[in-house]
Design a protein around this ligand. Structure first.
Ligand code: URA
Length: 215
């Protein structure tokens, strides 16, 4: 998998398949059904990268030919936390690759005037402190919502946290990294900037609206 590191906290998953699919998603003519399918496919590739350092052990098995000490996951407990509603688009592909992961949800919406996050729902596994937490949200824009979400997860005891987002803005990365320097960010691309409405430029528009056809 091709990745590059722009900073200590940021991994850009700039694999050709990811970039190709992202271009199709950015195109405003791409219909919702195709947009959702592409997001699911990209999330599989992002899941591959975010799970790269899962701890391994070995197990003795017998192949049809010989006995061997074979590598196997050490059984690190995972939880994928989706930031509603657009996070659910990334969640599907993540679960395709990590089907036994638990799932948490946090509902936040952006106040359109202040751009500040307002929490309306939260449900996460009670043992979140013992799990590796993968937070998914397609857009790291101002960073306000995802920062607030991760602060809440830390209040619930989460310690080992990674953030997966499809697209990021430099402003969001800076803000997020200041608040959560312990959280590694995985993203497919870092765009130019945010506009005055808090949208990523060039971006792909409102990820939730693009997924669900609500505009
Ligand atoms: N959320 C979105 O869905 N799109 C943006 O560009 C910014 C935040």
């Amino acid at each position: 998998m091709s990745t590059s590191k722009l900073s200590k906290n940021l991994t850009v998953v700039d694999h050709p398949l990811v970039l190709h699919k992202l271009t199709l998603m950015r195109d405003k003519h791409t219909p919702s059904a195709v947009f959702r399918q592409l997001l699911r496919e990209i999330s599989l590739l992002l899941a591959y990268e975010v799970s790269r350092d899962l701890p391994m052990t070995t197990q003795t098995i017998e192949t049809p030919v010989a006995e061997m000490e074979a590598p196997i996951l050490k059984g690190k407990k995972l939880v994928i936390v989706s930031i509603l509603r657009a996070g659910n688009g990334l969640l599907e592909g993540m679960l395709d690759l990590m089907p036994s992961a638990r799932v948490g949800h946090i509902g936040l919406y952006r106040n359109p005037d202040t751009l500040q996050p307002v929490e309306y729902y939260m449900k996460v596994p009670v043992d979140i402190a013992e799990r590796r937490v993968i937070v998914v949200d397609p857009m790291l824009a101002t960073g306000n919502s995802v920062s607030a979400a991760i602060t809440r997860l830390k209040e619930k005891g989460a310690k080992d946290i990674r953030l997966v987002c499809l697209l990021s803005a430099p402003e969001g990365i800076e803000r997020f990294t200041k608040e959560h320097p312990d959280v590694q960010i995985y993203t497919a691309a870092v765009d130019s900037h945010l506009n005055s409405h808090g949208y990523i430029v060039p971006g792909l528009g409102d990820a939730g609206d693009r997924m669900f056809g609500t505009k």
